[in-house]
Design a protein around this ligand. Structure first.
Ligand code: UDP
Length: 319
């Protein structure tokens, strides 16, 4: 199989590229290196089954050429990270809406199966026990950057879904929940790499709000096989899947765990949301995925525990 990975020099994309190459697939990575980094794919350059194309998903001719030469498309290129979305909303919206439309339209032109990576931000402020794929979205004002990001990703999902329903294009939608692992950087939000970086430098760990908000973290090593299997599973086409971990932890407890596991002398410092992001910023108090559908369709189970996930990030940053 020859796979095109848009955003393949990013954190998740580069792990997916490695995974596909290791099992004998060919990979084309299309990335404009805006948040992706060449160092993420450096080890792959020179592999005869690997090709790197520098460019944007907003360049329709370039996307056309890359899609035409692939058998399947993993669409990961996007503006991600709450901090980046808040800082650069226009660019983020253009990439996430126009860029995604371009990729999906070209996949349709050449009849290539396409997997789009959406996000748990879709659910907004819905704090249900277990968020299922059909659950309602609860969003604040579209004038707040965070919710405009959720809207943009919803439009991407709608495009993927309607191309499947109306035009028969094989599409799969994946909603990633707090995926972490080696090579992820903390510049754009992303709490675990930030906490680990602060702990290793002996700086205070910045817990936003009162730290009672919870998340479930998933190791990228568990996320990537799910993406690979889903695109190859005909029954999955036309469906949306949550991909996420199951151990729920508060951000305050997460900070304490990072300090403990890295044997750091750092302290914890509470920072208001206004200081961390912008006035009126709204966080999600809780986000726990129901992954029963993923288990049912492809028999998927996460394998890394939270301590292992944290240890892998610590080891990655130390090296
Ligand atoms: N967070 C924090 N300190 C940081 C970065 C993030 O307390 O330095 C919090 C953030 O407010 C949120 C949680 O950690 O409640 C997860 O943030 P992240 O940006 O990693 O993911 P998301 O908000 O998209 O779940």
């Amino acid at each position: 199989m020859k796979a095109l990975i848009t955003g393949g020099a990013g954190f998740i994309g580069s792990h997916l590229a490695e995974h596909l190459l290791a099992q004998g697939d060919q990979v084309i990575v299309l990335d404009n290196l805006s948040t992706g980094r060449h160092s993420n794919i450096e080890a792959l350059v020179g592999n005869p089954n690997f090709e790197f194309v520098l460019g944007s998903i907003l360049n329709a001719d370039l996307v056309d050429d890359c899609v035409s030469r692939a058998d399947v498309v993993f669409h990961l290129a996007a503006a991600v990270g709450v901090e980046l979305i808040v800082r650069k909303p226009v660019e983020s919206l253009r990439t996430n809406i126009i860029g995604s439309e371009t990729v999906i339209e070209k996949a349709h032109k050449y009849s290539r199966p396409v997997l789009v990576t959406s996000t748990s931000e879709i659910y907004g402020k819905n704090t249900s026990d277990l968020l299922s794929e059909e659950d309602d979205r609860i969003l604040g004002s579209p004038l707040k950057s965070r919710w405009s990001y959720s809207e943009a990703k919803a439009i991407e999902e709608i495009l993927a879904y309607t191309y499947w329903r109306e035009k028969g294009l094989p599409t799969v939608i994946v909603r990633l929940f707090n995926t972490v692992g080696p090579r992820q950087v903390g510049h754009y939000g992303m709490v675990i790499p930030r906490f680990v970086n602060q702990a290793l430098r002996g700086q205070a760990l910045t817990v936003y709000g009162d730290g009672s908000q919870t998340r479930c973290f998933l190791d990228v090593g568990d996320a990537v096989p799910a993406l690979d299997t889903l695109i190859r599973t005909d029954a999955a086409h036309g469906n949306v899947f949550n991909v996420g971990g199951s151990d729920e932890i508060s951000i305050a407890d997460l900070a304490a765990t990072v300090i403990e596991r890295s044997k750091s002398q750092s302290v914890i410092r509470k920072v208001s949301y206004e200081d961390a992001y912008e006035d009126g910023f709204e966080d999600m108090q809780r986000r726990v995925p129901n992954t029963a559908k993923l288990r049912e369709f492809i028999g998927w189970e996460p394998t890394y525990s939270l301590p292992e996930i944290i240890d892998r990030v610590i080891a990655g940053q130390r090296s």
